[in-house]
Design a protein around this ligand. Structure first.
Ligand SMILES: [Zn+2]
Ligand SMILES: [Zn+2]
Length: 245
């Protein structure tokens, strides 16, 4: 099949627009659904699992949605760049599931998540340096009590730091396109779950999920105390770095 030249100006614009619709749609769908289920439809059922009892600041959601839309533009541009890189043969993305063996599909997913965790943990710690924090990371922490809408609420500079990781990885790590889609779904759900401020994972501290996977309690502590719990998906870097609370 002959594909059009995606690097032409009209295609660059169209692709960015398509990605923007998909990415904002994904944000409103997942964050909105969690908000409706946990805060509108069944709040009393989750009251015991709500982490911060104080009410959200007036106008918080509106601000979070505004920053999230700006982040979505950056993610859309990154998406377009990935398509162009792929068309020019500069990525290691592959389409035949058996090309590297079936076993490699879940392995590549885990490798990506571990590398992403490492990248995010260390830039996150760097973003908490006082001078960097004020410029790059304060926007995210303006949400003292996280909400599902905090999931993409970043200053554009932080959005940029987050957006570059996937295109770089696609040029280095072979990944099947379905694995990439699964990763994007995991990223969205994990960010919304971690910012929900209602713990949905088992409360037992020794449970394997609570021990190694980040949930709302872990990340709400980060929004409350600032200097602990820098992780993204997993707790291992916080344990190694002595920053877990
Ligand atoms: Zn956060
Ligand atoms: Zn932070």
């Amino acid at each position: 099949m002959d594909l059009p030249d995606f690097s032409s100006p009209s295609w660059l614009l169209l692709l960015t627009l398509i990605f923007f619709i998909i990415i904002t749609g994904r944000y409103f769908l997942v964050a909105g659904l969690f908000y409706l289920v946990f805060y509108t439809w069944f709040p009393s059922r989750f009251e015991a699992r709500k982490i911060n009892k104080k009410k959200y600041k007036k106008g918080q959601f509106r601000k979070e949605i505004k920053w999230s839309l700006i982040t979505s533009i950056l993610f859309s541009i990154a998406g377009t760049i990935m398509v162009v890189l792929w068309q020019k043969g500069l990525t290691k993305v592959y389409t035949e599931a058996y090309q590297y063996g079936w076993w490699y599909l879940p392995v590549s997913l885990v490798i990506f998540m571990i590398l992403h965790e490492t990248y995010y943990y260390w830039i996150h710690r760097w973003m908490h340096q006082p001078t960097v924090f004020k410029i790059v990371h304060k926007v995210h922490h303006d949400s003292h009590i996280a909400s599902p809408f905090t999931a993409f609420s970043f200053h554009p500079l932080e959005g940029l730091l987050q957006a570059v990781f996937l295109p770089i990885m696609l040029m280095i790590l072979p990944m099947h396109y379905v694995v990439i889609i699964i990763l994007l779904i995991i990223m969205t759900f994990s960010s919304v779950i971690n910012h929900l401020d209602i713990e949905i994972y088992p409360k037992n501290r020794n449970n394997i999920l609570t021990k190694w996977v980040i949930g709302a309690t872990h990340h709400s502590n980060h929004h409350h105390y600032f200097k602990y719990n820098y992780g993204l998906y997993f707790t291992f870097w916080d344990k190694i770095g002595g920053t877990e609370k």
